[in-house]
Design a protein around this ligand. Structure first.
Ligand SMILES: NC(=O)c1ccc[n+]([C@@H]2O[C@H](COP(=O)([O-])OP(=O)(O)OC[C@H]3O[C@@H](n4cnc5c(N)ncnc54)[C@H](OP(=O)(O)O)[C@@H]3O)[C@@H](O)[C@H]2O)c1
Length: 304
């Protein structure tokens, strides 16, 4: 690792959106004993990245520092290894989930915990792998852990409705639910119907939330990816009243096992990362603005 200075994109304060991002030269971070230094080849943006900039998680002390280099989902090559790292070596191609609190993804190099890193086989591109961590694991764990869906096809087929099916989480959720031989219906904007139909059979648009509840089966589970005080209250009320219909607030917890599982599905051709668009790091603010706009089809990727 000859270089000690790198290009990065950071913000200094809450708010500001894309205009709040600054291009800077900063020191290349040093990996701690249980970390690897990754030469970043692809970064994917998740809504939580710009929600942290907006201050949505400020009560929880996110981000952990200013200036803050945002983004957590990266793929690249290991160029330095911490003294206690056992499972990786220099030159390994990997996908990593960085610390949500400290970020670090919008840069040429990033340090990643060994426990949140998985090897990326040569069949899987850096962009396809970087697209995975938060979005695909949210889809998998919401389906498998919360809704009790078997993704290997060994369970009883269930009826699954995926809303916002053309987005980052949604496009993985429909594919994973189909892998488990479930009956999948999806909703999306009209312009994405053909795209979503290529992932699932049943696709419709424009179902308002108020029509869902009376149509849910007795034991239906609704996974809430954007919990707010009202939905948390509804969820608690359903518990208190012993309702069999459940509204479950969910926050993804990325682990290496999950990354390995998803990378294998990509390698086997059982899952696709759909890339909405790619931007160079020099245009990171354009990628940021596109994510904030909220209408990507699949994932937005930034490449140093
Ligand atoms: N709790 C967790 O652990 C967790 C994890 C991941 C994501 N999330 C949250 O889940 C949400 C989706 O994440 P994502 O990564 O899939 O985001 P994304 O890639 O930006 O997806 C946006 C999707 O939302 C749809 N959409 C935008 N505005 C809409 C509206 N007003 N009504 C209905 N659909 C709308 C878009 O469809 P059109 O283009 O057709 O409008 C698009 O399909 C975000 O709020 C994110 O913060 C939570």
């Amino acid at each position: 690792m000859a270089r000690n200075v790198m290009h990065a994109v950071q913000y200094d304060a809450y708010g500001g959106g894309a205009a709040g991002l600054k291009h800077v030269e900063v020191g290349v971070p040093n990996p701690k004993a249980n970390e690897v230094l990754v030469k970043v080849e692809a970064i994917s943006i998740n809504p939580v990245d710009w929600k942290i900039q907006k201050g949505v998680l400020r009560p929880l002390f996110f981000p952990g520092n200013f200036p803050h280099i945002p983004c957590t989902d990266i793929a690249g090559e290991i160029v330095q290894i911490g003294s206690q790292v056992k499972d990786f070596k220099l030159g390994d191609q990997v996908v990593s989930k960085l610390s949500t609190r400290y970020g670090g993804g919008f840069a040429e190099f990033a340090v990643a915990s060994e426990s949140l890193t998985a090897v990326r086989p040569s069949e899987v591109s850096a962009a396809e792998a970087a697209a995975l961590p938060i979005a695909a694991l949210t889809a998998r764990d919401a389906l498998a852990q919360i809704a009790g869906v078997k993704l290997d096809g060994t369970g009883q087929p269930k009826n699954i409705l995926v809303t916002a099916a053309s987005g980052g989480v949604g496009h993985y959720a429909v594919q994973l639910a189909k892998l488990g031989n479930n009956h999948v219906t999806a909703t999306c904007g009209a312009r994405n119907i053909d795209f979503v139909k290529s992932l699932v059979i049943n696709c419709t648009t424009g179902i308002p939330w108020s029509t869902f509840d009376p149509n849910l089966t007795e034991k239906a589970v609704v996974v809430d990816l954007t919990p707010n005080p009202t939905s948390l209250m509804t969820s608690a009320l359903k518990k208190l009243t012993f309702s069999k219909k459940r509204l479950v607030p969910f926050f993804v917890d990325v682990k290496r096992e999950g990354l390995e599982y998803l990378v294998q599905l990509l390698k086997d051709g059982k899952l696709k990362s759909v890339i909405d668009s790619k931007f160079p790091l020099s245009k990171a603010e354009d990628a940021w603005a596109k994510s904030i706009d909220g209408h990507a089809t699949g994932k937005i990727i930034v490449e140093p």
